[in-house]
Design a protein. Structure first.
Length: 257
């Protein structure tokens, strides 16, 4: 059996705890095949990152709004689908354009490809995207400021909304937590407000969604599906749902490989 990396092991722990609600350190040691000492270090780190909640002898899942919002958690989920969506979204971008990216890790998959296109102007509130693009001379980078959210690793709040509202870009690319055939959703009100401002700033708006987010809802309604000019999806997607989505906007299926 190939030894798992620390990142893979911690992802295995998170997946197990989220699925079961609670796990003891002994259970996790058996699951991962590492020592109790190593498991306790993993639990402590995951607790410090706000993904899991540490108890004496074990760990439980944080409320879904916490781990689903955690940038660190999202960076390591559905990676192949996000990379495929990012590559497909690159087809909407040509040299000289201005592009706005939100703090989604799906949008970050696109951000990593942007130096292939340049020159571009890129606007973002996501620290990971800023760090990735800041050294590329062909990228004019505009960072959105505001209140820093450690959970999202991005800048949000009223200052961010006001700055975004003062801009106009050729293309806005976003993702969000959930969508049905008619509406998109997010579990946090502050993020909803930033995403709405970003959509209003874009002349063309593209939504990137992997299959795990389709056919479900979250606490806050974000925007009607029809407000997005293009929706890129990875499958599998229910055919009836796909047909209903296509009544509202241009929907393109992307092969995640």
């Amino acid at each position: 059996m190939t030894k798992r990396t620390r990142q893979e092991r911690q992802q295995q722990i998170v997946d197990h705890v989220v699925a079961n609600g609670f796990a003891s350190a002994a259970d996790l040691s058996t699951l991962t095949g590492v020592s109790l000492m190593t498991v306790h270090r993993d639990i402590a780190e995951l607790g410090a990152r706000g993904i899991l909640r540490k108890y004496h002898g074990g760990v439980s899942a944080q409320p879904s709004t916490v781990f689903e919002s955690s940038s660190d958690f999202r960076l390591h989920t559905n990676v192949a689908a996000k990379n495929a969506l990012g590559k497909a979204a690159l087809g909407f971008i040509s040299p000289g354009m201005s592009v706005m990216l939100d703090d989604s890790t799906t949008g970050f998959a696109l951000a990593k490809l942007l130096p292939e296109v340049g020159p571009l102007t890129v606007v973002t509130n996501y620290r990971q995207t800023t760090e990735t693009l800041r050294t590329h001379e062909d990228i004019r980078l505009i960072g959105v400021g505001g209140e820093y959210s450690r959970t999202h690793d991005s800048y949000i709040g009223l200052p961010a909304q006001e700055m975004i509202s003062s801009l106009s870009v050729d293309l806005t690319v976003q993702s969000t937590s959930a969508m049905t055939s008619e509406l998109t959703y997010h579990q946090e009100q502050e993020i909803v407000m930033v995403k709405r401002a970003m959509l209003n700033a874009g002349k063309i708006n593209v939504l990137l969604m992997d299959a795990s987010k389709v056919g479900r809802s979250a606490l806050h309604q974000l925007l009607p599906v029809e407000r997005f000019d293009h929706v890129l999806l990875t499958g599998p997607i229910d055919e009836m749902l796909l047909s209903a989505l296509r009544e509202h906007t241009d929907v393109r299926l992307v092969d995640a490989g």
